[in-house]
Design a protein around this ligand. Structure first.
Ligand code: PHE
Ligand code: ZN
Length: 881
């Protein structure tokens, strides 16, 4: 099985199970240390499977109390236990039989937060991907769908609330101060969607009437006293339910929908049928404690988990290789929802920034994998930006290729054809082909080939013949692609922008399929001729970021500047501006490294100045434009021999120059912007706050007026302003008295609110420079920190290693040794979170020699540790391969 190192699970080895589980009855007798789980499985041998074929059930860290087949206890020679499960070899000849299995588990000792564990004294489960096997022996694979009935029994005082999936069919009190509840979920589901929560929480209730008239009770459970802080989550849920009916025709299918917020959670949230479990930071919000970003995240994640009810639960995945079937599609759906709720172009820009910050580096490094991987040794390590975000981009490209109407028909067919199935990517693609007639064979390579394709572009205008030519060459370099790389089908949205900024017409085109405003790149090289183009155009490519590719256009700064001003696609305008800025930043980094003075281009500053002053543009868009490409993004573009200090210095100097040049306008903008009072978390007000706080940062840069930031901090009547001001103070004036005072004020005020204290940890972890490590080590000893809570670890250690390039990549390598030690320490507690933490070092090979040597040493020494989890070992082996 899988306990030896290096054993991988392969997609090509998939085989349907020999046995099905038609029905499962679970009984939990809850106890902090000794919970008894009785599972009665109605088993059915699959057709064509030989009588007596051994039945192998998964199990992990379970104590077996008893096992019986058809009510007869199995003797010890009837089964074989291993570290991974149980193999039953004495089975009746009949094709149906029942199994009764009793296991004993210790929820208090469960620090991995997979299976049944305790959080703030309550009982909670997490089963995706393979956590159910930590509760009882089972066929813990997503293609085993079963109808669950769950009885929970516990202490009436300490666990008054007993929740599971579906509808509550019975409840009552028992002797000894105990009580019970029975839940039945009529929808067959895989074990990873099972959930149980038992504890003591308050509740916020509402109702939703579905379009066919079903009256659904909505309940959000949070700590007592925090019920009002769940109001925004409830509002988001109701809007999500409505949107899914209107846009996808998806209606809710039970009489109750519950969300439980817990403080200890490995991920963001989980879509268990009818009983979503959430990391509480994605539920709780009020103006005092949540930033605009927090509100936006809550809206998006509530929607995401709710949307899974159809894309994930009603139609689930055949095996974990198909993870992107539910995740890519559901991310695409939650993106569309947020775009509809907020500003679509601003949302799109934020998505692309996220993609470039997380997915592109993943795809360019040693952890690269296809959107649908073909092998894994630990599935937990494949909940990645590639599966989620690139997976979503692929769904978006389907839509670009088949059009809005085609997309709608394909999805309708998918829901109709596969409802109740455990499906595959092939099934999904087939729906697009059958619904639209499109041939998507080449396109489907997006699921199989890792790496970010690159497009090299050359253009030429032939004045005499009024002909515009674009040469496009695609290539794909990936550290992990072995064997042949096939050319992909890349949909490129474009426009031929004329001197007045309008798109020019053309009379004919040859050299590629062009439908509407999309060029279908399919060949390694295209020479595309547009005839009848009356004026010399500037080509705008990849409008709306129509494909997750990189692009090397041969163009002058003046063309980028032109597009940044005139492209009619807002995304493309931002993109042109970013490219212009990126060129500057790379040049400046080069100058810093060779000891030259950094010069910022007047053109960039002028455009930024124009955007800042242009009140016809959305404030949120203006704010995005004012935040230049991040240090990490610059590092990725440079690609090799990276010196993070040089990047930091270069970027700071360019920002200083821009701030000084634009100071008067920045100050005028800062004074004039007036977000609505009292606080409203809507996108418009959030945009105003983000622009105003962005100008604050630049003003402080130009003037050194720390007092202004301190005032902004103390006058703040909401968390966005407070946290933004605190971060301006900490990052730009770490040693100022005002900063120390603000940090202490913040701490004193929120010491009893861990979610808010995470901001305090994160901001300090990101203070640049060599002293960061000592600061982080100190903070890790603070009373509010805990290695056992994933949110704390991510806020402090995660922010330091991912968000503090100069501090983490200290030239003496101490940052790397610290992260490796932290990973080792965490690995003994929570391997899943530990493995994620160490991915921060995946790009170590791109660093300049001295740093990469230190990083290499630290990684090797971690790998030589004796007791590493499969999770961390897998990441390390791939990172070092
Ligand atoms: N399926 C969850 C989501 O994307 C993520 C998750 C995975 C949560 C594994 C917990 C464990 O919505
Ligand atoms: Zn999801």
């Amino acid at each position: 099985m899988r306990t030896q190192t290096g054993t991988a699970i392969l997609l090509e080895d998939y085989r349907p199970s020999d046995y099905q589980i038609d029905k499962v009855d679970l009984d939990f007798s809850l106890d902090a240390q000794e919970t008894l789980v009785t599972s009665i499985l109605s088993m059915r041998r699959a057709e064509g499977v030989a009588e007596g074929a051994p039945l192998v059930l998964h199990g992990d860290e379970l104590e077996l109390v008893s096992i019986a087949v058809n009510d007869t206890a199995l003797s010890e020679d009837g089964y074989e236990l291993s570290a991974d499960g149980i193999s039953i070899n004495k089975l009746p000849a009949s094709d149906v039989f029942t199994l009764k299995i009793v296991t004993k588990i210790n929820p208090t000792a469960n620090k991995k937060l997979m299976g049944l564990y305790r959080t703030s004294g309550n009982f909670c489960t997490q089963c995706e991907a393979e956590g159910f096997r930590r509760i009882t022996y089972y066929l813990d694979r997503p293609d085993i769908l079963s109808v669950f009935t769950v009885r929970i029994e516990g202490d009436s005082k300490t666990v008054p609330l007993l929740l599971s999936n579906g509808n509550c069919t019975d409840k009552g009190s028992l002797e000894n101060g105990r009580h019970f509840a029975v839940w039945h979920d009529p929808h067959p589901k895989p074990a990873y969607l099972f959930a149980l929560f038992a504890g003591d929480l308050g509740v916020l209730k509402d109702r939703f009437k579905t379009r066919s008239g079903r009256d659904v009770a909505l309940e959000i459970y949070v700590e007592h006293g925090k019920e009002p802080r769940a109001a925004y989550a409830m509002d988001s849920l109701i809007r999500s339910m409505k949107w899914d009916e209107e846009v996808y025709g998806c209606e809710y299918d039970l009489d109750i929908f519950m969300i439980v917020a817990v403080s200890d959670f490995n991920m963001g949230a989980m879509e268990n049928k009818g009983l979503n479990v959430f990391n509480d930071k994605y539920v709780l919000a009020d103006p005092e404690t949540a930033t605009d970003q927090d509100y936006a995240n809550i809206e998006a994640i509530i929607a995401h988990e709710y949307f899974h009810n159809w894309t994930g639960n009603r139609i689930t995945c055949r095996d974990w290789f198909q993870l992107c079937l539910k995740e890519g599609l559901t991310v695409y759906r939650d993106h569309s929802f947020s775009a509809d709720m907020r500003s679509a172009p601003v949302k799109r820009i934020a998505e692309v920034r996220g993609l470039r910050a997380h997915q592109f580096p993943e795809d360019a490094g040693p952890l690269a994998h296809p959107v649908r991987p073909r092998r894994y040794s630990e599935i937990n390590n494949f909940y990645t930006s590639t599966v989620y975000e690139k997976g979503s981009e692929v769904v978006g490209m389907f839509k670009t290729i088949v059009g809005e109407e085609g997309y709608k028909r394909a999805l309708d067919l998918y829901f109709e054809r596969h409802d109740g199935d455990a499906a595959t990517i092939e099934d999904f693609i087939k729906c697009f082909e059958d619904a639209t007639g499109a041939d998507l064979k080449q396109f489907s390579l997006w699921y199989d080939q890792a790496g970010t394709p690159n497009l090299a572009i050359e253009t030429n205008y032939d004045e005499a013949h009024k002909r515009f030519t674009i040469n496009i060459a695609q290539s794909l370099k990936s550290s992990v692609v072995t064997g042949n790389v096939e050319p992909m089908h890349i949909p490129v949205r474009f426009g031929l922008v004329g001197p007045q900024g309008n798109d020019l017409a053309y009379s004919g085109v040859t050299g590629a399929d062009v439908t509407g405003d999309v060029i279908h790149v399919r060949e390694p090289k295209h020479s595309i001729h547009f005839e009848g183009v009356e004026q010399a155009p500037v080509i705008s490519l990849l409008r709306g970021f129509s494909a997750p590719v990189t692009i090397i256009p041969e163009r002058a700064d003046s063309e980028l500047a032109f597009l940044a001003r005139h492209d009619n696609d807002e995304f493309a305008r931002w993109e042109a501006l970013s490219s212009l800025a990126m060129r500057q930043l790379r040049q400046a980094t080069h100058d810093v490294e060779s000891g030259k003075a950094v010069k910022s281009s007047p053109e960039l500053t002028t455009i930024l100045h124009e955007i800042l002053s242009d009140e016809t543009l959305e404030p949120a868009y203006r704010a995005l434009c004012l935040s230049l490409p991040s240090e990490a993004n610059i590092a990725r573009e440079i690609g090799s021999d990276i010196n993070p200090d040089a990047i930091y210095t270069a970027r700071s100097q360019i920002l200083d120059d821009i701030a000084k040049e634009c100071l008067a306008t920045l100050q005028a903008t800062y004074d004039k912007l007036n977000p609505a009072k009292p606080f409203v978390p809507d996108a418009t007000s959030a945009g105003i706050r983000s622009l105003r706080n962005r100008t604050l940062g630049l003003i402080v840069r130009a003037t050194g007026d720390v007092e202004l930031a301190a005032k902004h901090f103390s006058n703040a009547d909401n968390m966005t302003d407070r946290a933004d001001a605190l971060s301006v103070l900490a990052l730009q004036a770490p040693d100022a008295e005002e900063t120390a005072l603000a940090l202490e004020t913040f701490r004193a005020r929120y010491a009893d609110n861990p979610i808010v204290m995470d901001k305090w940890f994160a901001i300090q972890a990101m203070i640049p420079g060599g002293g960061a490590l000592e600061r982080v080590e100190q903070l890790s000893k603070s009373e509010s920190f805990s290695w056992e809570n994933p949110n704390r670890v991510r806020a402090l250690i995660g922010s330091f290693s991912v968000g503090n390039a100069t501090g983490f990549n200290r030239a003496d390598g101490a940052g790397y040794r610290f992260l490796c030690n932290a990973t080792a320490r965490l690995d003994d507690i929570n391997p899943q979170v530990a493995a994620r933490l160490i991915t921060a070092m995946r790009s170590w090979r791109n660093l300049e020699k001295k740093r990469s040597d230190f990083a290499h040493e630290a990684l090797k020494s971690l790998l030589s540790k004796e007791k590493l989890s499969r999770d961390v070992r897998d990441i390390l082996e791939r990172t070092l391969a």
